[in-house]
Write a protein that binds this ligand. Structure first.
Ligand code: UGA
Length: 430
């Protein structure tokens, strides 16, 4: 079985390498020839631990190769995974231009039976529409099956998540296609859940929306807890011990970001609107997330006595640790608000870099923590990289002008920092 992965982003590269690791023959396709060249040289186009070693291993083993020749790649492979992006359109709906594009290519170039599996997050009925788009583009009526096989890996732990999934969802009504997909995952130990393509599509959105709901619930609760001085992290631990609630995704903070939750929540709300249905809980999840960072920025501004003309260090700009992804990162919104309030902003991240165009005399990025904290009045921690937990905060004190630490992820050791003489404030964790 020869597998073609269309779209070399996080999901595509990880999926390809996981199949290569199972001993399967994989080709990665992308229209961006620079990406293909970089991957062919054994380098990733994003930061993700563990994937780089696997890439080198399977370029060497010959289990994976990369190309931008769409026609040849479609002809040479009988199983095709769609891993192209489905970004938000202006109205919040999922933009399906890349899905339509690959559907057109598959229809045009296929010369025999193909099994097409959709990993991209797509709105309900997209798998059904895909069949029509492929047929429309066909010049000869070759047979094919389309299967929904959504992906649940997280950035920052992509490889571990893909190798150890909680479940494998297969949405199809073709028993032949279902068996083929099952055989591909033969060496991965996870239960299969077989359903219709429409239900599989909804399972993906409902999973992300539920996780975002857990976060926004805790974030909204943290606002009350901040006011009445109840520790939200202790609340999370206490409720998480109830197995019906579960301990994961209860960490209050400055809000969720990334390329998935914000876009998928908007897309699901759009689908609801299209069908004249209210998803009022999800509307609120979205609103709480939009305002969470500014709520706590206001709290911290009062503690500091204003941000104007103060020097603020931002630690961690990626939307979460262990990734260089800045998409919808709360840190970026915080930086913008601080600049509007006439603060001077100094930024640090172990991996992620601010786009050059954003930098100015009022906004600079530094490589070392010492340079970043030099002459700062306050630190705002935006993503919980280990480096910040392990930093020598006794030594850091000497560099700072005032000793305020605002911990947007409740990550640092508050007791220790207070003992050292810092004015420490997190998200409802006093
Ligand atoms: C998310 C899902 O967790 C994956 O299952 C899914 O496959 C992926 O979206 C996708 O649809 O592609 P990801 O966005 O990579 O994965 O990262 P998460 O670990 O889910 O974190 C998302 C955001 O939530 C981050 O900003 C993180 O800081 C925040 N978060 C997470 C919290 O604020 N509190 C928590 O308790 C957990």
């Amino acid at each position: 079985m020869n597998i073609l992965i269309m779209g070399m982003g996080y999901v595509g590269v990880t999926t390809g390498l996981v199949f290569a690791e199972q001993g399967l023959n994989v080709t990665g396709l992308d229209t961006d020839s620079m990406k293909i060249q970089t991957l062919s040289e054994g380098k990733l186009t994003f930061y993700e631990q563990g994937l780089d070693d696997l890439l080198l291993k399977h370029l060497k083993s010959g289990n994976i190769r990369f190309t931008s020749s769409t026609k040849q790649a479609i002809r040479d492979n009988n199983i095709i995974f769609l891993c192209v992006g489905t970004p938000s359109d202006k109205d919040g709906s999922a933009d399906l231009q890349f899905i339509r594009g690959v559907a057109g290519s598959i229809g045009k170039y296929m010369n025999e039976y193909k099994l097409i599996a959709v990993k991209s997050t797509v709105p309900i009925d997209t798998n059904y529409k895909l069949v029509h788009w492929i047929r429309e583009a066909q010049s000869t009526p070759n047979e094919f099956d389309v299967v929904s096989n959504p992906e649940f890996l997280r950035e920052g732990s992509a490889l571990q998540d893909a190798l150890n999934p909680d479940r494998i969802i297969i949405g199809s009504d073709s028993s032949h296609a279902i068996d083929m997909i099952k055989s591909l995952y033969g060496k991965i130990s996870a239960p299969f859940f077989v359903t219709t393509a429409r239900t599989a599509e909804m399972i993906k959105y409902a999973s992300n929306a539920f996780l975002a709901t857990k976060i926004s619930y805790m974030n909204e609760l943290s606002r009350l807890c901040e006011t009445i001085k109840v520790n939200i992290s202790d609340v999370a631990e206490g409720i998480g011990m109830d197995h019906r609630i579960g301990k994961h995704f209860l960490r209050a903070g400055i809000g969720y970001g990334g390329s998935c939750f914000p876009k998928d929540i908007k897309a699901l709300l759009y689908t609801a609107k299209e069908h004249n249905t209210d998803l009022s809980i999800l509307e609120k999840v979205y609103q709480v997330n939009q305002t969470q960072y500014s709520h706590f920025l206001n709290v911290w501004e009062q503690k500091l006595g204003g941000f104007s003309h103060k020097t603020i260090a931002i630690l961690g700009i990626s939307f979460k640790p262990d990734t260089d992804d800045l998409r919808e990162a709360p840190a970026i919104s915080i930086i913008q608000e601080l600049l509007e309030k006439q603060a001077i902003v100094k930024v640090h991240d172990p991996i992620a870099k601010l786009p050059f165009g954003l930098l100015s005399s009022k906004l600079q990025q530094f490589d070392s923590l010492e340079e970043t904290l030099d002459q700062c009045d306050a630190v705002i921690l935006c993503s919980e990289w280990d480096e910040y937990k392990l930093a020598d905060w006794t030594q850091m004190q000497a560099y700072m002008n005032q000793h305020f630490i605002f911990d947007g992820r409740n990550m640092l050791d508050s007791k220790q920092l207070i003992k050292l003489g810092y004015h420490y404030h997190g998200i409802a964790n006093e």
